[in-house]
Design a protein around this ligand. Structure first.
Ligand code: PLP
Length: 407
């Protein structure tokens, strides 16, 4: 008897996550053959020598004996109180630990919060470019991504008129990623006010992915959405992975704000889905009060002279010096999203370029089209390597682009 074929869910064919996809697999093959690759595909601070701050490590060590039982599905009370206080400190008053949901990273909460919201055919307004988990989770929860464009010529900021024009009777939510992955754009308050007004007019849930909230450069400000949203229902996402350099601890949170009568059913739905997966990783939650205690450990890294600031400067200078590249210098987050221009851009295919760069120069980047954009001349690098390594990366990128321009 032939072994039956295991068929998979049809809609998976619509889902891509190339940050860890085919190119990353090929990179591992090259490494197994003895090649040293510079891998700029994942915003994973621990992989570039960053450590979670010591006082956070100590908090886990001190409590490791208390981490055996399941926790409440919403998370440990002390961690939730710290998260509510963190939001209060940045202007969101009237929220408490009851409004906080802790998950195994923001990733899990993105999935849960869309699963709690969507019926088949419901639409979610997503930025293009997006962080592709948002598209994937929308699709796998039977929704339909509808993209609003964030164009390079507008500083990768969205146009609220375009967002509103895309609202239909099926629209349920507007997703913002601020500061943005992959573009690094940080959204000004006036823009956020207009987007809040759209959500209010059409009865939409706001979902604000703020996982890079402490990472802004050169005076750029991060504006949290919840205080602007006020009574308008809003889920604000944050976590330990990036600002606190603890990706592997798998701790993220979401704060549900807005008129309690309007959010009552949604709150129960999130609670039920949280209960079905029992609880989030408990040891990591013990680090949350320490992480949010007020000791600023990311500030020195993003200030002039700090490693992330200098990495961003190295990338900005390399792009400015290259005849083949154009960069909208990121205001925040951990990435640069350069575009290829001029002769090198003729017939450019970001995938073929990324493959060639890896095979010939041993540098792994993510093709821009992985972020659900309709153009194919961009790529993303993370700013986490040492500045000198990034300068070397851009020398190699320029070599490949110069060959293409001359072809
Ligand atoms: N949201 C954005 C915009 C991200 O860039 C990432 C990770 O890169 C995540 C969410 C997922 O973060 P977590 O590690 O908390 O699951």
């Amino acid at each position: 008897m032939p072994t039956p074929h295991v068929a998979t869910r049809e809609r998976l064919s619509e889902v891509r996550y190339e940050i860890r996809g085919e190119l990353a697999r090929r990179a591992r093959e090259l490494e197994a053959q003895g090649h040293a690759l510079i891998k700029l595909n994942i915003g994973n601070p621990g992989a570039f020598g960053f450590r979670a701050p010591e006082h956070m490590q100590r908090a886990i060590a001190d409590h490791i004996h208390d981490t055996d039982p399941y926790a409440h599905q919403q998370g440990l009370p002390a961690a939730r109180e710290a998260i509510a206080a963190h939001h209060a400190a940045r202007g969101m008053h009237g929220v408490s630990a009851d409004d906080v949901f802790i998950g195994n990273g923001v990733s899990e909460l993105i999935d849960i919060s869309l699963r709690a919201l969507l019926d088949p055919g419901d639409e979610v307004l997503l930025p293009s470019p997006d962080y592709p988990l948002w598209s994937a989770a929308t699709i796998l929860n039977d929704g339909r991504p509808v993209y609003y464009r964030c164009r390079a010529e507008d500083g990768f900021l969205p146009d609220p008129d375009e967002i509103e024009a895309l609202v239909s009777t099926h629209t349920r939510a507007i997703v913002l990623i601020n500061p943005n992955n992959p573009t690094g754009a940080s959204y000004p308050r006036a823009l956020l006010e207009r987007i809040v007004a759209i959500a209010a007019r059409h009865g939409l849930l706001l979902m604000s992915d703020e996982i890079y909230d402490g990472i802004t450069y050169d005076g750029a400000r991060f504006e949290p959405l919840a205080p602007i949203a006020g009574d308008v229902p809003c889920m604000s996402f944050g976590g330990l992975s990036k600002v606190h350099r603890a990706c592997g601890w798998r701790v993220g949170w979401a704060l549900l704000s807005g008129d309690p009568a309007a959010t009552r059913d949604y709150r129960h739905a999130i609670d039920l889905l949280g209960a079905l997966r029992l609880c989030a990783n408990v040891p990591g939650q013990f680090a949350v009060p320490a992480a949010l205690s007020g000791l600023d450990t990311i500030g020195p890294l993003v200030a002039p002279g700090g490693r992330l600031h200098e990495a961003r400067r190295a990338v900005a200078e390399a792009c400015a010096a290259s005849p083949h590249l154009e960069l909208r210098v990121p205001d925040g987050a951990l990435y640069a999203f350069p575009g290829v221009v001029g002769d090198a851009a003729r017939g450019f295919d970001d995938h073929r370029f990324a493959l060639e760069l890896m095979e010939t120069e041993h540098v792994l980047v993510v093709p821009g089209s992985s972020f659900n954009v309709p153009f194919r001349n961009h790529f993303r690098v993370t700013l986490l390597p040492e500045p000198e390594q990034l300068r070397e990366v851009f020398r190699r990128i320029d070599r490949v682009l110069a060959r293409r321009a001359a072809a």
